[in-house]
Design a protein around this ligand. Structure first.
Ligand code: UD1
Length: 417
């Protein structure tokens, strides 16, 4: 099995371009199921999760072609509506085909995604949303079997709490439903805004974009589209930490700084030297004397749970006591044990990690448990003395395009063996 060997790095210097957002790309690719015409999506990162979504679409008879960060999807023919276990188990976001399949084919059979390393992650809110749109749903042999004999019908849907995936599935299901849907307490992550903008370009009528109340007036058909997705704010945030943790200077391009407003404000409060332009930022780790901080993860515009592990690697070597409270997922501290193997001093108490900053970390053999946890170990490895061997890096390839190549171009010494 592949692993990464990360050597202690000197400060990183250079320019790195952020790739397109994985979490935007996945629902946007699924949106092509709603149209009978060709959709062309640009700025798509070449990642395992994207390949899984394309395989899933292919299994429905949907033609697609991925070349040079551009995907062409043609769903003029959708002849199968069952998302098999083999693909769904690889990626939870496969559930995002439920809404569009139901809307287009009036039937969908999707394997239950099951649990994952960061928590049980149920899909009850997705099913709640589809039922509100008129679907009959039951579970059979580990599959969600959904049917809307007369098509989906718009409704008022008040989510009991903000869910990114459920909001996306409801948007996808209601875009070509009969009548109007109002989603209350919708998640408002930038990736949802991106999906709404793409759907509107395809001819849907969504208003309230960027707020927690989304109104979708169902239309009959959606057309093809050419759409470029937003840069990945989580990759950008990870690169900011790379500059700070190695005390280097990185210019990060193709980034929308406003999507990282709170994390950047927190870093500045800690003492980070970050200058912001419209589409790029410069992080000067050399000039940054960092202080400890307390962080709480929350739905956007709160602090993103997907940056929690990376921040923890940085806080592990920041003098003083910091804390991280995880309010989105119940079990997202799997990286703590591994960071402690590298010499960090972190204790977990329920949903809170208490970090007592140490002077230095020391390389060791560690295990990646999920996507963001794996990159937090790469970051820690960059400043740990000696070598850090990271096992199970397939998690990393699900969400980071060429990460070792990008970091190595700025002076890191990371090898895949
Ligand atoms: C998406 C992101 C993921 C990010 C997360 C939170 C994608 C592909 N993934 O995941 O990277 O960490 O948002 O920002 O975009 N929940 C339920 N029932 C449901 C759905 C969710 O209880 O039906 C719970 C989850 O277990 C979790 C919380 O709601 O505790 C938030 O999950 P959600 O926002 O739905 O995350 P995902 O869409 O799975």
């Amino acid at each position: 099995m592949k692993k990464l060997v990360v050597k202690k790095s000197s400060p990183l210097y250079g320019t790195i371009t952020t790739s397109g957002s994985k979490n935007s790309a996945l629902p946007i690719i699924a949106s092509a199921l709603l149209s009978g015409e060709e959709c062309v999506f640009k700025n798509i990162p070449n990642l395992e999760d994207i390949q899984t979504m394309l395989k899933l679409l292919k299994s429905f008879g949907v033609k697609n072609n991925f070349k040079n960060s551009e995907i062409k999807v043609n769903a003029s023919n959708v002849n199968y509506y069952r998302a098999d276990y083999e693909l769904v188990r690889k990626m939870r976001a496969s559930i995002l085909v439920l809404g569009p399949l139901l809307a287009r084919k009036r039937r969908a059979v999707v394997s239950l995604p099951g649990g994952c390393a960061i928590g049980t992650r149920p899909i009850d809110l997705h099913l709640f949303g589809m039922r509100k749109l008129g679907a009959d749903i039951y579970i059979n042999n580990g599959y969600v079997v959904a049917e809307a004999k007369h098509g989906l019908v718009g409704n008022l849907i008040k989510l009991p709490f903000k869910s990114v995936g459920a909001t996306e599935n409801i948007l996808l299901g209601s875009a070509i439903a009969k009548g109007t849907t109002l989603i209350k307490n919708a998640a408002k992550e930038p990736e949802i805004e991106d999906l709404c903008n793409c759907l509107n370009k395809m001819g849907s009528k969504i208003s309230g974009i960027g707020t927690s109340e989304l109104k979708i007036e169902g239309v009959k058909n959606l057309s093809g589209v050419q759409y470029s997705i937003i840069p990945d704010r989580i990759v950008a945030g990870t690169l900011i930490i790379a500059a700070l943790i190695t005390r280097g200077i990185l210019k990060i391009t193709k980034i929308y700084p406003n999507h990282l407003d709170l994390p950047i404000r927190i870093l500045k409060k800690m003492g980070a030297d970050i200058s912001i332009a419209k589409n790029h930022i410069v992080v000067n780790g050399k000039n940054s004397q960092l202080k400890s901080v307390d962080i709480v993860t929350e739905p956007y515009p709160g602090f993103p749970t997907d940056l929690q592990a990376q921040f923890m690697s940085l806080l592990a070597i920041v003098k003083g006591n910091s804390s991280v409270q995880e309010k989105i997922f119940e079990n997202r501290f799997m990286h703590v044990g591994e960071l402690n193997r590298l010499g960090a001093n972190i204790k977990v108490n329920k949903d809170r990690a208490l970090i007592n900053g140490v002077d230095k970390l020391k390389g060791a053999e560690v295990m990646a448990s999920d996507l963001r946890a794996s990159v937090s170990l790469v970051l820690a490895g960059l400043m740990a003395q000696g070598e850090t061997h990271i096992n199970r890096i397939y998690h990393l390839d699900r969400g980071y395009e060429n990460i070792e190549k990008k970091l190595n171009s700025c002076g890191a010494k990371i090898k895949r063996i």
